[in-house]
Design a protein around this ligand. Structure first.
Ligand SMILES: [Zn+2]
Length: 211
């Protein structure tokens, strides 16, 4: 009798473990990609007429594309906007909290009065962030520099709302993907293939830092 009971309990326990294992397997890491600006807010505009809001959306779409075609939808990727619309900064960050995201990545392109200024920047919130976030930012910075051949301007800290609002939710990075005020970088961002390459590098960078 005791033995039967023990076997029954053991059976229930293994069934429970199997169910848990399936649960874990089925849950994909959630990534929020935030294409900066949109709608009335064009963001920076390049000398060649490129608009930051259009570039960030195209790069975000490339990230989604490569997650589907190369990574077999390894991640559940949500964009904060799918069209040319203006979404408030508060709404952009709420998504990460509601969905319990693993990482929030905001996409931007830079602008400077000095046309010679160039390179990539990775931003983190300038208040307290867990060490993990700093490690992720450095890894992303190194990876993008290595993959894209852009000059890195390093990991910087700033009090941007999308970073601040996410500080207790998940690691949040803001990427400045080249200067639209710089002729070389603005020209580089004109090509469809260059946009795709940026999207791919960011996706693989995320994959690397989420390990
Ligand atoms: Zn921007």
């Amino acid at each position: 009798m005791e033995r039967t009971k023990a076997m029954l309990l053991f059976g229930m326990f293994t069934a429970f473990l199997n169910t848990r294992a399936q649960d874990v397997i089925q849950v994909k890491p959630i990534i929020i990609v935030d294409p900066g600006h949109g709608g009335l807010d064009s963001g920076a505009i390049g000398a060649n007429g490129l608009k930051e809001k259009e570039l960030t959306l195209k790069i975000a779409q490339a990230i989604v594309h490569y997650n589907r075609t190369l990574l077999d939808n390894q991640y559940d990727i949500y964009l904060t906007r799918y069209m040319d619309t203006l979404i408030s900064l508060g709404h952009r960050t709420k998504l990460a909290k509601v969905l319990n995201a693993k990482i929030f990545v905001s996409l931007h392109c830079n602008h400077a009065d000095n046309r010679g200024t160039n390179g990539l920047e990775v931003y983190l919130f300038n208040g307290f962030v867990p060490k993990k976030s700093l490690t992720m930012a450095k890894a992303m910075d190194g990876y993008l520099q290595q993959q894209l051949g852009y000059r890195s301007r390093g990991v910087k800290r700033a009090n941007f709302q999308v970073l601040r609002d996410n500080r207790e939710v998940c690691p949040a990075l803001l990427l400045e993907l080249g200067f639209l005020s710089n002729e070389d970088e603005a020209t580089h961002l004109e090509g469809k293939e260059k946009i795709r390459a940026l999207g791919l590098a960011i996706l693989m960078g995320i994959k690397k830092v989420l390990r």
